[in-house]
Ligand binder design. Structure first.
Ligand SMILES: N[C@@H](CCC(=O)N[C@@H](CS)C(=O)NCC(=O)O)C(=O)O
Length: 200
């Protein structure tokens, strides 16, 4: 199976790179510089119709959406234990935290990111940031309570749900002050050899 990951350091493609490295799979990186507009070039739009990262080419097929890709990769190596099989009791928690990371956690974090660090001043709406931060802190509280008694989100062992979550937590490490279980959790994830060091 030939795998090509369309990637830029720091982008959501890091989730996929992290999973590929956890699984020890061979792949090629194709760098797309979003800041130079390469995402919206004709060549890349033929790969990803929104011009976003990541995209993973699997032989002649292309898959988009970081969460779906990470999950599919974990399931394609069942012995990895990085995704409980459908039907296993732990699968409920797995599905829950995968979606939680991609929606409840990522949405407010992305609003903060867009309006405080990415959009040019004339497009950024500064008033969005404190409200998004408030929502983000509530979500962090939920994760903190879950991780107080458990090293990882699903059945006490590392899984794709931790990749989805840890990648977002690394965007604003300063907001983890006051959430000691989350600080320890992120540090634990960052110690893994496969953790993508450019993600922060
Ligand atoms: N839900 C998508 C979001 C992809 C996404 O927004 N990627 C960003 C980079 S982290 C991007 O490509 N932004 C450029 C754009 O939207 O034009 C996923 O998780 O794959």
């Amino acid at each position: 199976m030939e795998l090509v990951l369309f990637h830029m350091p720091g982008s959501r493609a890091e989730r996929v790179r992290w999973m590929l490295d956890e699984l020890g799979l061979d792949y090629r990186l194709e760098n797309i510089d979003l800041f130079k507009g390469e995402g919206q070039g004709e060549a890349y739009l033929a790969i990803h119709p929104l011009g976003q990262l990541p995209a993973l080419k699997v032989d002649d097929d292309v898959m988009i959406e970081s969460g779906a890709i990470v999950q599919w990769l974990a399931e394609s190596v069942p012995d990895s234990g990085l995704a409980p099989a459908p039907g296993e009791p732990a699968r409920r928690a797995f599905d829950q935290w995968m979606y939680f990371a991609a929606t409840s956690l990522e949405d407010p974090a992305w609003e903060m990111m867009l309006h405080s660090r990415i959009l040019p001043a004339e497009q950024a709406v500064a008033d969005i940031v404190p409200f998004a931060e408030q929502r983000y802190r509530r979500v962090l509280g939920v994760l903190e309570a879950t991780l107080r008694d458990s090293e990882y989100l699903v059945a006490g062992r590392f899984s794709a749900a931790d990749i989805m979550t840890g990648y977002i937590l690394a965007w604003f490490p300063e907001l983890l002050a006051g959430f000691p279980a989350l600080q320890a959790y992120l540090a634990r994830l960052q110690q893994r050899p496969a953790y993508p060091r450019a993600a922060a």
